[in-house]
Write a protein that binds this ligand. Structure first.
Ligand SMILES: [Zn+2]
Length: 340
């Protein structure tokens, strides 16, 4: 089980220091969401320890899972193409064997496993019902952002600097995407320094694009390893469209669903193909993701501070495989979102 305190000491990792804005936005979402979910007859909301939860049975019923099983502290939800598992006490859930980190652990209440309404709205729903992405994403361009640069070397690894690995993989990803018929734009092509807002400005000028920022991780713990993919934590709610309460909530978070869908596509593909340690899909308010007006993710391709993973990352063949895997995932994602 993952420790609650982050192992990572990556310069961008905000987990230990969520900005006040995060809680403000979370508060706004709760204000809008909780009264409406409370009125919806689809959901029975339980108040436990000052937080709102819904039950495993309610989730199974609402999403019409064909099979729902309780096995000790585990809960298994099955659709023909989707298996979701929860474990009481755990702060992550699995969807098709991909780990998703929750804001709050799954708790028990009698014979029920309960998930917080926050995690239900911002994570479970977009993942289980990606068709709720209201506006299909049309893109023909991928903005690739190699993290750091010049005096900002990023993580210092056993064999080299993050900034160099990130740039090399960005160039490899560019080629791999072009070979698959997509256009690309790099925020930097050389060892230069760009501020986060310069990166955001480049991405936002581009029409019909998605954004992927490439990084590698570091930790004070030499044992820390594995990949993680970040999607922006929920943005502030927009005006609702007057649909049912539950739908109104979702329409206020349209971009969240796109972000988590893109993160899922890339993360799942790389985990499946390269078999790294899966540290999960996470939600954060990185500055580089916060200002971007298009689907955006930040990919952390492993720990340069870990001896074995650092050696792998230093290997050009490995970076090539990872770039190819990300490119293939983006093509799959594009096909999937274009169908709607
Ligand atoms: Zn970085």
């Amino acid at each position: 089980m993952r420790p609650l305190a982050p192992l990572s000491q990556h310069p961008h990792t905000p987990k230990a220091t969520f900005p006040v804005g995060f809680f403000l936005v979370l508060g706004l979402i709760l204000l809008l969401f909780l009264p409406t979910i409370g009125q919806s007859k689809d959901w029975e909301v339980y108040r436990l320890g000052g937080r709102d939860y819904v039950s495993d049975e309610n989730v199974a019923r609402f999403y019409q899972f064909q099979r729902f099983a309780k096995e000790d502290s585990n809960r298994i939800f099955k659709h023909p193409s989707l298996v979701m598992t929860w474990r009481i006490g755990s702060q992550s859930i699995y969807v098709n064997n991909i780990k998703f980190n929750l804001s709050f652990p799954v708790v028990s209440n009698g014979d029920k496993a309960m998930i917080s309404t926050v995690d239900l709205a911002k994570l479970v729903d977009p993942v289980v019902r990606p068709s709720y992405i209201k506006k299909p994403i049309k893109f023909d361009t991928v903005v690739i952002d190699a993290g750091h640069g010049a005096h900002d070397s990023g993580a210092k690894g056993v064999y080299g600097y993050e900034k160099n690995y990130a740039l090399d993989m960005a160039l490899r990803l560019e080629k791999a995407l072009q070979q698959r018929g997509l256009k690309t734009l790099l925020t930097r092509r050389t060892d230069t320094f760009l501020t986060l807002s310069q990166r955001v400005a480049i991405a936002n000028k581009q029409k019909d694009a998605i954004f992927i920022s490439l990084h590698f991780n570091s930790s004070g713990s030499r044992d820390a390893n594995g990949i993680e993919t970040y999607a922006l934590a929920p943005q502030g709610t927009r005006s609702t469209n007057g649909g049912s309460p539950w739908n109104s909530m979702l329409s206020g978070n349209v971009r969240d669903a796109e972000n988590i869908a893109l993160a899922t596509a890339v993360h799942a593909h790389v985990v499946h193909e390269l078999r790294p340690v899966d540290r999960g899909i996470k939600r954060a308010r990185f500055n580089v993701l916060r200002g971007i007006n298009k689907p955006a993710i930040l990919f952390e391709g492993g720990f340069v501070t870990n001896k074995n993973e650092g050696r792998l990352i230093h290997d050009p063949d490995h970076r090539q495989k990872m770039a190819e895997s990300i490119a293939a995932a983006i093509v799959k994602f594009r096909t999937a979102v274009a169908k709607r």
